[in-house]
Write a protein that binds this ligand. Structure first.
Ligand code: ADP
Length: 474
Protein backbone atom coordinates (compact mmCIF):
# COMPACT_ATOMS: atom_id res chain seq x y z
CA UNK A 1 0.00 0.00 0.00
CA UNK A 2 1.25 3.42 -0.93
CA UNK A 3 1.92 6.30 1.33
CA UNK A 4 3.50 4.69 4.38
CA UNK A 5 6.09 7.41 4.47
CA UNK A 6 3.40 10.10 4.43
CA UNK A 7 1.58 8.44 7.28
CA UNK A 8 4.75 8.36 9.31
CA UNK A 9 5.15 12.07 8.67
CA UNK A 10 1.61 12.71 9.92
CA UNK A 11 2.49 10.79 13.08
CA UNK A 12 5.77 12.65 13.55
CA UNK A 13 4.01 15.99 13.12
CA UNK A 14 1.42 14.92 15.65
CA UNK A 15 4.10 13.93 18.15
CA UNK A 16 5.85 17.21 17.69
CA UNK A 17 2.62 19.19 18.00
CA UNK A 18 1.60 17.33 21.15
CA UNK A 19 5.00 17.44 22.83
CA UNK A 20 4.87 18.09 26.56
CA UNK A 21 8.44 18.22 27.86
CA UNK A 22 8.56 19.05 31.53
CA UNK A 23 9.67 22.63 30.84
CA UNK A 24 6.50 23.27 28.89
CA UNK A 25 4.39 21.61 31.58
CA UNK A 26 5.92 23.98 34.12
CA UNK A 27 4.86 26.90 31.93
CA UNK A 28 1.32 25.52 31.99
CA UNK A 29 1.56 25.20 35.78
CA UNK A 30 2.55 28.86 36.05
CA UNK A 31 -0.16 29.95 33.62
CA UNK A 32 -2.78 28.08 35.63
CA UNK A 33 -1.68 29.73 38.88
CA UNK A 34 -1.63 33.17 37.22
CA UNK A 35 -5.11 32.71 35.75
CA UNK A 36 -6.42 31.55 39.12
CA UNK A 37 -5.11 34.77 40.66
CA UNK A 38 -6.72 36.83 37.91
CA UNK A 39 -10.07 35.07 38.24
CA UNK A 40 -10.05 35.67 42.00
CA UNK A 41 -9.08 39.31 41.59
CA UNK A 42 -12.08 40.44 39.57
CA UNK A 43 -15.25 39.14 37.98
CA UNK A 44 -14.39 38.31 34.35
CA UNK A 45 -10.67 38.80 35.07
CA UNK A 46 -9.77 35.43 33.59
CA UNK A 47 -11.17 32.65 31.46
CA UNK A 48 -11.33 30.81 34.77
CA UNK A 49 -14.58 31.85 36.42
CA UNK A 50 -13.38 30.90 39.92
CA UNK A 51 -16.96 30.69 41.22
CA UNK A 52 -17.63 31.13 44.91
CA UNK A 53 -19.43 28.22 46.57
CA UNK A 54 -19.94 29.60 50.09
CA UNK A 55 -18.80 26.23 51.37
CA UNK A 56 -16.52 27.16 54.28
CA UNK A 57 -16.54 23.91 56.17
CA UNK A 58 -15.89 20.53 54.70
CA UNK A 59 -17.09 17.32 56.35
CA UNK A 60 -14.84 16.09 59.14
CA UNK A 61 -15.96 12.51 59.46
CA UNK A 62 -17.85 13.16 62.68
CA UNK A 63 -21.23 13.70 60.98
CA UNK A 64 -24.07 11.53 62.17
CA UNK A 65 -27.49 10.56 60.91
CA UNK A 66 -29.32 9.85 57.69
CA UNK A 67 -28.99 12.22 54.77
CA UNK A 68 -30.16 12.26 51.20
CA UNK A 69 -28.62 13.47 47.98
CA UNK A 70 -29.90 14.14 44.52
CA UNK A 71 -27.39 14.25 41.68
CA UNK A 72 -28.67 15.75 38.46
CA UNK A 73 -26.67 15.87 35.27
CA UNK A 74 -27.64 16.07 31.65
CA UNK A 75 -28.97 12.57 31.17
CA UNK A 76 -29.52 10.98 34.53
CA UNK A 77 -30.44 11.71 38.01
CA UNK A 78 -29.42 9.66 40.96
CA UNK A 79 -30.90 9.61 44.39
CA UNK A 80 -28.84 8.49 47.34
CA UNK A 81 -29.33 7.85 50.99
CA UNK A 82 -26.34 7.86 53.28
CA UNK A 83 -26.18 6.67 56.86
CA UNK A 84 -23.39 8.18 58.91
CA UNK A 85 -22.18 6.77 62.16
CA UNK A 86 -20.10 9.67 63.45
CA UNK A 87 -16.87 7.71 63.26
CA UNK A 88 -14.42 9.01 60.71
CA UNK A 89 -14.34 7.15 57.43
CA UNK A 90 -17.26 4.90 58.08
CA UNK A 91 -20.22 5.42 55.90
CA UNK A 92 -22.48 2.82 57.42
CA UNK A 93 -24.60 2.34 54.45
CA UNK A 94 -25.59 3.94 51.23
CA UNK A 95 -28.16 3.21 48.60
CA UNK A 96 -28.23 4.59 45.12
CA UNK A 97 -30.84 4.59 42.44
CA UNK A 98 -30.16 5.91 38.98
CA UNK A 99 -32.90 6.96 36.59
CA UNK A 100 -32.84 8.39 33.12
CA UNK A 101 -34.61 11.70 32.59
CA UNK A 102 -37.32 11.28 29.97
CA UNK A 103 -36.29 13.21 26.88
CA UNK A 104 -39.39 15.42 26.72
CA UNK A 105 -38.73 16.75 30.24
CA UNK A 106 -35.34 18.10 29.20
CA UNK A 107 -37.05 20.72 27.08
CA UNK A 108 -40.26 21.23 29.06
CA UNK A 109 -40.83 23.55 32.02
CA UNK A 110 -39.03 23.84 35.32
CA UNK A 111 -42.15 22.74 37.22
CA UNK A 112 -42.63 19.61 35.12
CA UNK A 113 -39.01 18.56 35.47
CA UNK A 114 -38.83 19.12 39.22
CA UNK A 115 -42.24 17.55 39.87
CA UNK A 116 -40.98 14.45 38.10
CA UNK A 117 -37.80 14.40 40.17
CA UNK A 118 -39.64 15.09 43.43
CA UNK A 119 -42.07 12.20 42.91
CA UNK A 120 -39.21 9.80 42.16
CA UNK A 121 -37.34 11.04 45.20
CA UNK A 122 -40.44 10.56 47.33
CA UNK A 123 -40.86 6.98 46.05
CA UNK A 124 -37.22 6.29 46.91
CA UNK A 125 -37.60 7.72 50.42
CA UNK A 126 -40.69 5.62 51.06
CA UNK A 127 -39.03 2.45 49.86
CA UNK A 128 -35.89 3.02 51.93
CA UNK A 129 -37.15 4.20 55.26
CA UNK A 130 -38.25 2.20 58.22
CA UNK A 131 -41.31 3.75 59.78
CA UNK A 132 -39.34 4.58 62.90
CA UNK A 133 -36.48 6.52 61.30
CA UNK A 134 -38.19 9.82 60.67
CA UNK A 135 -41.20 11.12 62.52
CA UNK A 136 -43.92 12.85 60.54
CA UNK A 137 -42.82 16.34 61.42
CA UNK A 138 -39.09 15.70 61.11
CA UNK A 139 -37.45 17.32 58.10
CA UNK A 140 -35.00 15.29 56.07
CA UNK A 141 -31.87 17.05 54.82
CA UNK A 142 -30.84 16.86 51.18
CA UNK A 143 -27.66 17.70 49.31
CA UNK A 144 -28.38 18.66 45.72
CA UNK A 145 -25.61 18.13 43.16
CA UNK A 146 -26.44 20.22 40.14
CA UNK A 147 -23.75 20.15 37.48
CA UNK A 148 -24.65 23.21 35.48
CA UNK A 149 -23.29 26.75 35.72
CA UNK A 150 -24.81 28.31 38.81
CA UNK A 151 -24.17 31.58 40.57
CA UNK A 152 -24.38 30.65 44.20
CA UNK A 153 -25.88 33.07 46.71
CA UNK A 154 -25.21 30.80 49.66
CA UNK A 155 -24.10 27.22 50.13
CA UNK A 156 -27.68 26.07 49.59
CA UNK A 157 -29.05 28.48 46.99
CA UNK A 158 -28.04 29.66 43.55
CA UNK A 159 -29.41 30.78 40.22
CA UNK A 160 -28.92 28.99 36.92
CA UNK A 161 -26.74 31.06 34.59
CA UNK A 162 -27.40 29.17 31.38
CA UNK A 163 -28.70 25.87 30.08
CA UNK A 164 -25.90 23.66 28.79
CA UNK A 165 -25.43 20.09 27.57
CA UNK A 166 -28.77 18.59 26.55
CA UNK A 167 -30.89 20.84 28.73
CA UNK A 168 -33.07 23.50 27.29
CA UNK A 169 -35.54 24.77 29.87
CA UNK A 170 -35.39 28.46 29.29
CA UNK A 171 -37.71 29.45 32.12
CA UNK A 172 -35.20 28.00 34.59
CA UNK A 173 -32.44 30.46 33.66
CA UNK A 174 -32.15 33.13 36.33
CA UNK A 175 -34.16 31.14 38.86
CA UNK A 176 -33.02 29.71 42.13
CA UNK A 177 -32.72 26.00 41.41
CA UNK A 178 -32.87 24.84 45.00
CA UNK A 179 -36.02 26.85 45.58
CA UNK A 180 -37.55 25.25 42.48
CA UNK A 181 -36.73 21.83 43.90
CA UNK A 182 -37.91 22.85 47.37
CA UNK A 183 -41.28 23.94 46.00
CA UNK A 184 -41.69 20.77 43.97
CA UNK A 185 -40.99 18.66 47.08
CA UNK A 186 -43.63 20.61 49.03
CA UNK A 187 -46.17 20.27 46.23
CA UNK A 188 -45.58 16.54 46.30
CA UNK A 189 -45.80 16.17 50.06
CA UNK A 190 -42.15 15.35 50.73
CA UNK A 191 -40.81 16.80 53.94
CA UNK A 192 -37.25 17.51 52.91
CA UNK A 193 -35.00 20.58 52.91
CA UNK A 194 -32.27 21.47 50.43
CA UNK A 195 -29.40 21.94 52.88
CA UNK A 196 -26.63 22.18 50.28
CA UNK A 197 -26.50 23.01 46.58
CA UNK A 198 -23.22 21.85 45.12
CA UNK A 199 -21.33 21.39 41.94
CA UNK A 200 -20.07 17.83 41.33
CA UNK A 201 -16.44 18.78 42.00
CA UNK A 202 -17.42 20.17 45.39
CA UNK A 203 -19.19 16.92 46.23
CA UNK A 204 -16.03 15.01 45.37
CA UNK A 205 -13.92 17.33 47.52
CA UNK A 206 -16.37 16.85 50.40
CA UNK A 207 -16.10 13.07 50.26
CA UNK A 208 -12.34 13.30 49.96
CA UNK A 209 -12.16 15.53 53.02
CA UNK A 210 -14.51 13.28 54.97
CA UNK A 211 -12.08 10.42 54.51
CA UNK A 212 -8.88 12.41 54.77
CA UNK A 213 -8.51 15.91 56.23
CA UNK A 214 -5.44 16.61 54.08
CA UNK A 215 -7.65 16.75 50.98
CA UNK A 216 -7.44 20.27 49.53
CA UNK A 217 -8.68 19.95 45.96
CA UNK A 218 -10.72 17.74 43.70
CA UNK A 219 -10.72 17.18 39.97
CA UNK A 220 -13.22 15.47 37.69
CA UNK A 221 -12.08 13.68 34.56
CA UNK A 222 -15.23 12.34 32.91
CA UNK A 223 -17.08 13.43 29.83
CA UNK A 224 -16.02 16.94 30.82
CA UNK A 225 -13.44 18.16 33.28
CA UNK A 226 -13.48 20.59 36.19
CA UNK A 227 -11.73 21.27 39.49
CA UNK A 228 -12.32 22.96 42.81
CA UNK A 229 -10.11 23.62 45.81
CA UNK A 230 -10.03 25.19 49.22
CA UNK A 231 -8.85 28.81 49.05
CA UNK A 232 -8.01 31.28 51.81
CA UNK A 233 -10.85 33.80 52.12
CA UNK A 234 -8.43 36.74 52.05
CA UNK A 235 -7.12 35.58 48.67
CA UNK A 236 -10.57 35.94 47.11
CA UNK A 237 -10.09 39.59 46.34
CA UNK A 238 -13.20 40.01 44.20
CA UNK A 239 -15.47 39.68 47.18
CA UNK A 240 -13.40 41.23 49.89
CA UNK A 241 -15.58 42.68 52.57
CA UNK A 242 -18.29 40.11 51.97
CA UNK A 243 -16.33 37.36 53.60
CA UNK A 244 -14.65 37.20 56.91
CA UNK A 245 -10.96 37.11 56.19
CA UNK A 246 -10.30 34.23 58.45
CA UNK A 247 -10.91 30.73 57.21
CA UNK A 248 -11.41 29.54 53.69
CA UNK A 249 -13.88 28.86 50.99
CA UNK A 250 -14.16 26.24 48.30
CA UNK A 251 -13.78 27.80 44.86
CA UNK A 252 -15.22 26.10 41.78
CA UNK A 253 -12.68 26.89 39.08
CA UNK A 254 -14.64 25.84 35.98
CA UNK A 255 -11.18 24.92 34.72
CA UNK A 256 -12.41 23.34 31.48
CA UNK A 257 -12.30 26.87 30.10
CA UNK A 258 -8.64 27.43 31.02
CA UNK A 259 -6.49 28.65 28.17
CA UNK A 260 -2.83 29.48 27.74
CA UNK A 261 -0.59 29.98 24.74
CA UNK A 262 1.71 27.38 26.32
CA UNK A 263 -0.80 24.59 25.66
CA UNK A 264 0.51 22.46 22.79
CA UNK A 265 -2.17 22.84 20.15
CA UNK A 266 -2.39 21.05 16.80
CA UNK A 267 -4.44 21.65 13.67
CA UNK A 268 -6.73 18.82 14.84
CA UNK A 269 -7.56 20.80 17.98
CA UNK A 270 -8.22 23.92 15.95
CA UNK A 271 -10.60 22.05 13.62
CA UNK A 272 -12.36 20.31 16.48
CA UNK A 273 -12.91 23.63 18.19
CA UNK A 274 -14.14 25.41 15.04
CA UNK A 275 -16.63 22.66 14.28
CA UNK A 276 -17.91 22.45 17.86
CA UNK A 277 -21.12 24.14 19.01
CA UNK A 278 -19.03 26.28 21.42
CA UNK A 279 -15.94 27.53 19.58
CA UNK A 280 -13.33 29.34 21.70
CA UNK A 281 -14.95 27.90 24.76
CA UNK A 282 -13.71 25.12 27.08
CA UNK A 283 -10.30 25.00 25.41
CA UNK A 284 -8.60 22.95 28.15
CA UNK A 285 -11.52 20.53 28.29
CA UNK A 286 -11.28 19.96 24.55
CA UNK A 287 -7.70 18.74 24.98
CA UNK A 288 -8.13 16.55 28.02
CA UNK A 289 -11.64 15.24 28.65
CA UNK A 290 -13.40 12.03 27.67
CA UNK A 291 -15.85 13.77 25.40
CA UNK A 292 -13.07 14.77 22.98
CA UNK A 293 -10.06 12.41 23.09
CA UNK A 294 -11.67 9.86 20.79
CA UNK A 295 -12.53 12.54 18.29
CA UNK A 296 -9.01 13.92 18.17
CA UNK A 297 -7.79 10.40 17.36
CA UNK A 298 -10.47 10.07 14.67
CA UNK A 299 -9.28 13.29 13.05
CA UNK A 300 -5.67 12.08 12.93
CA UNK A 301 -6.63 8.70 11.47
CA UNK A 302 -8.80 10.48 8.91
CA UNK A 303 -5.85 12.64 7.84
CA UNK A 304 -3.65 9.53 7.56
CA UNK A 305 -6.28 7.77 5.50
CA UNK A 306 -6.71 10.77 3.20
CA UNK A 307 -2.99 11.07 2.61
CA UNK A 308 -2.26 7.41 1.91
CA UNK A 309 -3.67 4.02 1.03
CA UNK A 310 -2.62 2.32 4.22
CA UNK A 311 -6.23 2.15 5.49
CA UNK A 312 -7.63 1.33 2.05
CA UNK A 313 -10.22 3.70 0.56
CA UNK A 314 -11.28 6.49 2.96
CA UNK A 315 -14.15 5.10 5.04
CA UNK A 316 -17.16 7.40 5.21
CA UNK A 317 -17.41 6.45 8.90
CA UNK A 318 -14.19 8.34 9.55
CA UNK A 319 -16.01 11.53 8.57
CA UNK A 320 -18.63 11.12 11.31
CA UNK A 321 -17.82 13.34 14.30
CA UNK A 322 -17.55 11.56 17.65
CA UNK A 323 -18.06 8.10 16.15
CA UNK A 324 -14.84 6.97 17.82
CA UNK A 325 -15.59 7.21 21.54
CA UNK A 326 -12.92 7.56 24.19
CA UNK A 327 -13.64 4.11 25.72
CA UNK A 328 -12.78 2.67 22.30
CA UNK A 329 -9.43 4.39 22.13
CA UNK A 330 -8.78 3.16 25.68
CA UNK A 331 -9.60 -0.37 24.56
CA UNK A 332 -7.23 -0.08 21.59
CA UNK A 333 -4.53 1.48 23.74
CA UNK A 334 -4.83 -1.33 26.31
CA UNK A 335 -4.86 -4.08 23.70
CA UNK A 336 -2.02 -6.40 24.67
CA UNK A 337 -2.83 -9.24 22.31
CA UNK A 338 0.14 -9.98 20.01
CA UNK A 339 -1.90 -9.26 16.85
CA UNK A 340 -3.80 -6.31 18.29
CA UNK A 341 -7.12 -8.04 17.73
CA UNK A 342 -9.09 -5.42 19.63
CA UNK A 343 -7.67 -2.68 17.44
CA UNK A 344 -8.60 -4.67 14.34
CA UNK A 345 -12.11 -5.23 15.70
CA UNK A 346 -12.77 -1.55 16.45
CA UNK A 347 -11.35 -0.42 13.11
CA UNK A 348 -13.58 -2.95 11.38
CA UNK A 349 -16.79 -2.65 13.41
CA UNK A 350 -16.83 1.05 14.23
CA UNK A 351 -14.93 2.64 11.40
CA UNK A 352 -15.63 0.01 8.72
CA UNK A 353 -11.95 -0.29 7.92
CA UNK A 354 -11.31 -4.04 7.46
CA UNK A 355 -8.08 -5.94 6.95
CA UNK A 356 -5.65 -3.49 8.44
CA UNK A 357 -2.10 -4.91 8.60
CA UNK A 358 -0.33 -5.15 11.93
CA UNK A 359 2.05 -2.25 11.38
CA UNK A 360 -0.92 0.04 10.68
CA UNK A 361 -2.73 -1.20 13.79
CA UNK A 362 0.39 -0.34 15.76
CA UNK A 363 0.30 3.10 14.23
CA UNK A 364 -3.28 3.61 15.43
CA UNK A 365 -2.26 2.59 18.96
CA UNK A 366 0.56 5.11 18.76
CA UNK A 367 -1.91 7.86 17.83
CA UNK A 368 -4.07 6.97 20.86
CA UNK A 369 -0.94 7.06 22.97
CA UNK A 370 0.18 10.50 21.81
CA UNK A 371 -3.26 12.06 22.27
CA UNK A 372 -3.91 10.54 25.68
CA UNK A 373 -0.41 11.15 26.97
CA UNK A 374 -0.69 14.83 26.15
CA UNK A 375 -4.11 14.96 27.86
CA UNK A 376 -2.89 13.26 31.02
CA UNK A 377 0.28 15.38 31.27
CA UNK A 378 -1.64 18.62 30.80
CA UNK A 379 -4.12 17.43 33.42
CA UNK A 380 -1.20 16.85 35.79
CA UNK A 381 0.12 20.34 35.07
CA UNK A 382 -3.32 21.74 35.89
CA UNK A 383 -3.31 19.96 39.24
CA UNK A 384 0.17 21.21 40.06
CA UNK A 385 -1.05 24.71 39.11
CA UNK A 386 -3.61 24.47 41.90
CA UNK A 387 -0.97 23.20 44.32
CA UNK A 388 1.27 26.08 43.36
CA UNK A 389 -1.52 28.60 43.97
CA UNK A 390 -1.95 27.31 47.51
CA UNK A 391 1.74 26.80 48.22
CA UNK A 392 1.72 23.02 48.25
CA UNK A 393 4.02 22.46 45.29
CA UNK A 394 7.36 22.74 46.96
CA UNK A 395 9.50 21.53 49.73
CA UNK A 396 11.40 24.74 50.24
CA UNK A 397 14.29 25.55 47.92
CA UNK A 398 13.74 24.95 44.24
CA UNK A 399 10.32 26.24 43.20
CA UNK A 400 9.67 29.90 42.67
CA UNK A 401 6.77 31.93 44.07
CA UNK A 402 7.03 33.47 47.49
CA UNK A 403 4.80 33.36 50.55
CA UNK A 404 5.13 29.65 51.22
CA UNK A 405 3.08 29.11 54.31
CA UNK A 406 4.76 27.22 57.09
CA UNK A 407 6.40 24.37 55.24
CA UNK A 408 10.05 24.28 56.15
CA UNK A 409 12.43 22.12 54.19
CA UNK A 410 12.12 19.19 56.52
CA UNK A 411 8.39 19.23 57.21
CA UNK A 412 6.49 19.11 53.97
CA UNK A 413 2.77 18.81 54.55
CA UNK A 414 0.93 15.91 53.04
CA UNK A 415 -1.50 16.99 50.33
CA UNK A 416 -4.37 14.93 48.93
CA UNK A 417 -6.20 15.60 45.69
CA UNK A 418 -9.47 13.73 45.22
CA UNK A 419 -10.10 12.62 41.66
CA UNK A 420 -13.24 11.23 40.12
CA UNK A 421 -14.61 10.40 36.71
CA UNK A 422 -14.90 7.67 34.13
CA UNK A 423 -11.82 8.74 32.19
CA UNK A 424 -9.54 8.54 35.21
CA UNK A 425 -11.07 5.39 36.67
CA UNK A 426 -11.29 3.34 33.50
CA UNK A 427 -8.43 4.46 31.31
CA UNK A 428 -5.30 2.91 32.80
CA UNK A 429 -2.82 4.70 30.56
CA UNK A 430 -4.39 8.10 31.24
CA UNK A 431 -4.06 7.46 34.97
CA UNK A 432 -0.46 6.24 34.69
CA UNK A 433 0.68 9.13 32.51
CA UNK A 434 -0.98 11.60 34.86
CA UNK A 435 0.75 10.20 37.91
CA UNK A 436 4.07 9.96 36.13
CA UNK A 437 3.89 13.60 35.05
CA UNK A 438 3.05 14.71 38.60
CA UNK A 439 6.36 13.17 39.68
CA UNK A 440 8.27 14.80 36.86
CA UNK A 441 6.88 18.27 37.46
CA UNK A 442 7.06 18.25 41.24
CA UNK A 443 10.26 16.26 41.59
CA UNK A 444 10.13 13.00 43.49
CA UNK A 445 10.88 14.49 46.92
CA UNK A 446 7.79 16.70 46.72
CA UNK A 447 5.64 14.24 44.78
CA UNK A 448 5.92 11.68 47.57
CA UNK A 449 3.89 14.02 49.77
CA UNK A 450 1.16 14.50 47.17
CA UNK A 451 -1.49 11.80 46.97
CA UNK A 452 -3.99 11.46 44.13
CA UNK A 453 -6.95 9.61 45.52
CA UNK A 454 -9.70 8.01 43.52
CA UNK A 455 -13.05 9.03 44.93
CA UNK A 456 -15.65 6.76 43.43
CA UNK A 457 -19.16 8.22 43.53
CA UNK A 458 -17.90 11.31 45.34
CA UNK A 459 -20.20 13.84 43.77
CA UNK A 460 -23.33 12.17 45.13
CA UNK A 461 -22.21 10.97 48.53
CA UNK A 462 -20.28 14.20 49.02
CA UNK A 463 -23.45 16.26 48.57
CA UNK A 464 -25.15 14.22 51.31
CA UNK A 465 -22.11 14.81 53.55
CA UNK A 466 -22.32 18.55 52.92
CA UNK A 467 -26.01 18.44 53.78
CA UNK A 468 -24.92 16.80 57.03
CA UNK A 469 -22.14 19.22 57.87
CA UNK A 470 -24.29 22.21 56.97
CA UNK A 471 -27.32 21.11 58.91
CA UNK A 472 -25.08 20.36 61.88
CA UNK A 473 -23.66 23.87 61.83
CA UNK A 474 -27.07 25.56 61.81
P1 ADP B 1 -19.89 12.06 33.39
O1 ADP B 1 -20.48 11.83 32.03
O2 ADP B 1 -20.87 12.62 34.36
O3 ADP B 1 -18.60 12.79 33.36
P2 ADP B 1 -18.37 9.73 34.26
O4 ADP B 1 -17.52 10.34 35.29
O5 ADP B 1 -18.84 8.33 34.49
O6 ADP B 1 -19.64 10.59 33.94
O7 ADP B 1 -17.50 9.74 32.93
C1 ADP B 1 -17.96 9.16 31.77
C2 ADP B 1 -16.92 9.43 30.71
O8 ADP B 1 -15.73 8.74 31.04
C3 ADP B 1 -17.33 8.96 29.34
O9 ADP B 1 -17.97 9.98 28.60
C4 ADP B 1 -16.00 8.60 28.70
O10 ADP B 1 -15.47 9.71 28.05
C5 ADP B 1 -15.11 8.27 29.87
N1 ADP B 1 -14.97 6.82 29.97
C6 ADP B 1 -15.89 5.94 30.40
N2 ADP B 1 -15.41 4.69 30.32
C7 ADP B 1 -14.18 4.77 29.80
C8 ADP B 1 -13.18 3.83 29.45
N3 ADP B 1 -13.34 2.51 29.61
N4 ADP B 1 -12.04 4.30 28.96
C9 ADP B 1 -11.84 5.61 28.77
N5 ADP B 1 -12.75 6.54 29.06
C10 ADP B 1 -13.90 6.14 29.58
Amino acid sequence: RRGWRKVVTVLEDLEEGCATPVGRLRQVVDAMAVEMHAGLASEGGSKLKMLLTYVHNLPTGMEKGIYYALDLDDTNFRVLRVKLGGQRSTILDHDVERQPIPQHLMTSTTEELFDFIATKLKDFVERQENVSEFSVEETRELGFTFSFPVKQNSSSTGTLLKCTKGFSIEDMVGRDVSQCLQEAMSRNGLNMRVAALVNDTVGTLALGHYHDQDTVASVIFGTGTNACYLERADAIIKCQGLLSTSGGMVVNMEWGNFWSSHLPRTSYDVDLDCESPNPNDQGFEKMISGMYLGDIVRRVVLRMSQESDVFGPVSSRLLVPFILRTPMIAAMHDDDSPNLMEVARILRDTLQIPDVPLNVRKLVVKVCDVVTRRAARLAAAGIVGILKKIGRDRNGGTASSSKAKGGSQSKMRRTVVAVEGGLYTNYTMFREYLNEAMGEILGEDVAEHVVIRDMDDGSGIGAALLAASHSASL
